[in-house]
Ligand binder design. Structure first.
Ligand SMILES: [Zn+2]
Ligand SMILES: [Zn+2]
Length: 393
């Protein structure tokens, strides 16, 4: 918490007392507020909890004569209203003619009154108890968080599109104890160390320091008998399942955004978005390049030389491809429209790569026939290589 936050906070307003209020009036006002907003009397009411913490935070400063004086001094130095406009509005008319954060931070921040210690450091130490005090200001609607998840799709499902149930896990409030962590029928007890303030104060030299209470971790209450559902944490993992439509042609590595399907908003805010990272499992036959599917088909030397008709599978059937005589190894044949059908109705192609295979073994008859063929066939066209070999040897 920075000194800015502290100047902005009006502890007198939080307690509903005058700036000149006596220590007794402050104590009375705090006790009344603490009683009304105490978490024990308002289980599961976050607004009451906020009021309670804000009151504790304010009382923590105003009940200490020394710190109340520092606080008053700081606020009269900068004037809370003017500062607030300046800090939030960035130089609106009426704001202060200089940036207070510059004064606090940086090389010039040392102030002789405090023995050269940086203003910023000093005040954040003095008022560090505020960190445990939580947010005193009322908060408006908040958008729910975005959620990211990953889904693995079968190859064919990704090409054709598919609707799948998706189960998401997210932290939620335990319904057995409504988030207070106490066994049903029991209540969290006010922390005996900090008396519910959530902060403890210790003195060091001329200053006293506030820090979050170690006994209750700054919550202000302790749980004696833990809720069996959440083991005293107040939180559980919630699962929710929804159907998600993956469009035809979704690709491996793609991220799909589902607006408003993330975590619900708070206090009437909109829900966050759900982002689904798509993994596509490889297919044992087909590959994919953009909207085209790929397939490798082995052919014999004779088929490549003499030509043939090939019956090859597509993702949803089969097609016949004409291999013309004299087709070289590696030639790609195209089956139009047999690839990925996109949303606009256009489709990619199936690209069939011919792979001339060389038999590792031959029967005697095949060998004799091949040798006869070799005698009749023209030599391979490698004169250009032979020329180079002659020159270097
Ligand atoms: Zn405590
Ligand atoms: Zn619970």
């Amino acid at each position: 918490m920075s000194s800015k936050d502290w100047i902005e906070k009006d502890f007198y307003a939080v307690l509903g007392v005058d700036k000149a209020a006596s220590a007794d009036d402050i104590k009375k006002a705090y006790r009344k507020l603490a009683r009304e907003s105490h978490p024990d009397h308002n289980p599961g009411d976050p607004k009451a909890e906020e009021r309670f913490k804000a009151a504790s935070e304010a009382y923590n400063v105003l009940s200490d004569t020394g710190r109340r004086r520092e606080y008053d001094e700081l606020r009269s130095l900068f004037g809370s209203g003017a500062f607030r406009r300046n800090a939030r509005g960035g130089g609106q008319p009426g704001g202060m003619p200089f940036d207070v954060s510059d004064m606090f931070g940086g090389a010039g921040g040392g102030d002789r009154r405090f023995g050269g210690a940086g203003f910023q450091d000093l005040f954040s130490s003095i008022f560090s108890g505020g960190q445990a005090g939580g947010q005193a200001a009322p908060r408006g609607p908040a958008r729910g968080r975005d959620v990211e998840t990953e889904v693995a799709l079968d190859f064919g499902d990704a090409v054709r599109g598919v609707t799948l149930p998706l189960t998401l896990r997210a932290p939620g409030v335990c319904e057995t104890c409504h988030g207070n962590g106490a066994k049903p029928g029991t209540q969290p007890r006010t922390c005996p160390v900090c008396h519910g303030a959530g902060v403890t104060t210790r003195d060091q030299g001329a200053f006293s320091f506030s820090e979050p209470c170690r006994n209750c971790q700054g919550v202000g209450t302790v749980v004696e008998e833990k809720c069996p559902e959440c083991h005293g944490t107040g939180g559980v993992t919630k699962t929710r399942t929804m159907n998600v439509r993956f469009p035809a042609g979704v690709a491996d590595g793609q991220r799909i955004r589902l607006a408003g399907r993330g975590e619900p908003g708070e206090r009437g805010g909109p829900a966050g978005d759900l982002f689904v990272h798509v993994k596509v499992r490889p297919d044992e036959l087909f590959g994919r390049t953009g909207d085209d599917l790929t397939l490798s088909v082995p052919v014999t030397f004779a088929e490549a030389v003499l030509g043939t008709d090939l019956r090859v599978p597509t993702l949803d059937g089969a097609v016949t491809l004409r291999v013309p005589p004299g087709t070289p190894s590696g030639r790609v044949l195209r089956a139009r429209g047999k690839g990925v059908v996109r949303r606009d109705g256009q489709a990619g192609d199936l690209l069939v790569t011919l792979d001339v295979v060389v038999p590792a073994r031959l029967s005697d008859e095949a060998r004799a026939a091949l040798e006869a063929f070799a005698e009749q066939s023209p030599p391979a066209a490698r004169e250009h290589l032979d020329a180079r070999v002659r020159r270097v040897s």
